[in-house]
Design a protein around this ligand. Sequence first.
Ligand SMILES: Cc1ncc(COP(=O)(O)O)c(C=O)c1O
Length: 374
Amino acid sequence: MTYTDLVKKPVLSQPVYEPGKPIEIVAKEFGLEVGAIVKLASNENPLGPSPKALDAACKAMESINLYPEGGGVFLRTAIAEARAVDPAQVILGNGSNEIFELLGHLFLGPGDEVVFGAQAFIVYKLVTLLFGATPVEIPMPNYSHDLEAMREAVTERTRLVFIPTPNNPTGTCVDEEALKAFILALPDHVVAVIDEAYAEYLNPEPDFRELFASGSKVLCTRTFSKIYGLAGLRIGYAYGDPELVDLLHRVRQPFNTNAVAQAAALGALNDLEWVDRCRKDNETGLQQLTSGLNALGHEVVPSRANFVLASNPTPGETFQFLQRMGVIVRPVEAYGLPGHLRISVGTPEQNASVLTLIKEMEMTRRARPDPTLV
Ligand SMILES: Cc1ncc(COP(=O)(O)O)c(C=O)c1O
């Protein structure tokens, strides 16, 4: 018997998530200084976390000989206050990715179906496959979710529907009222998951809480990895119906989020000024990248998040060139978007340098003799 004989069958064909390349690895590969690398590949906050979050994390480091508070009661209470729900409606996750996996534990097995957009965040598909369930991927015309087509794809076997707004990698939002109506019309055996990873970049933020009292089965997820700048600490959360949240608590590990992450997230949540500044800087950065790329003839999908999806005539070559020059962006063929690159919003200097490099590369490419004419 080999491990392959013994392992659960879905694992054998399970794709592995490909993260953005880490700075240290790119620096080593191309002989560059770590400090000179610009990472615009994973939609992180270029300003970093709030100083209040950093202070809280440092303080929490003094007690890391102790287990964290298992359910993260202080952070959950603060989140509940911020979202105006009850703490019993909130669960923490090791990143919001963990919440998606907990949903898999609760609801998915072979024969079950999960509906999501074909260019929606890829982890929905990974979780679906991991539990041996069937992904039902719905085309996204104009890079946007087609709620009507998603509704038509729901069958007796559908257990989960994922709707990210804004979505990664397209940056597009679903109309708030249309999404509420879509969820209200879902059959009783379907749980809707609204992924709000980038919601804090919207002003005003959408508000789906009225759905909790409607009897609809719905869960909202959020993260501290994006505007709060804590991606490295892995902390996110979900809020929704207390019965569903209670079920999610049963399938999580006893200490699924660590003490430093809990403390930092609490500090971050209390610094609204920082969040406001990050949101405003992001708006400026989005404009800078969008107009800069447009000027180079690249189409940019209007983005509501902290990244842009841009058309690119030679995405592979551009990615390689930028990487050699110390700028890491994200190719998105895995999302069925071969002629595109996703570029996270950086600082004004970082945005300027990616634009300059793309321009430089295109000028060199145009100056090259056409091999078909030789
Ligand atoms: C749409 C979306 N949802 C969820 C996540 C996961 O975030 P985390 O697990 O870091 O909380 C990401 C990360 O990029 C994302 O883009």
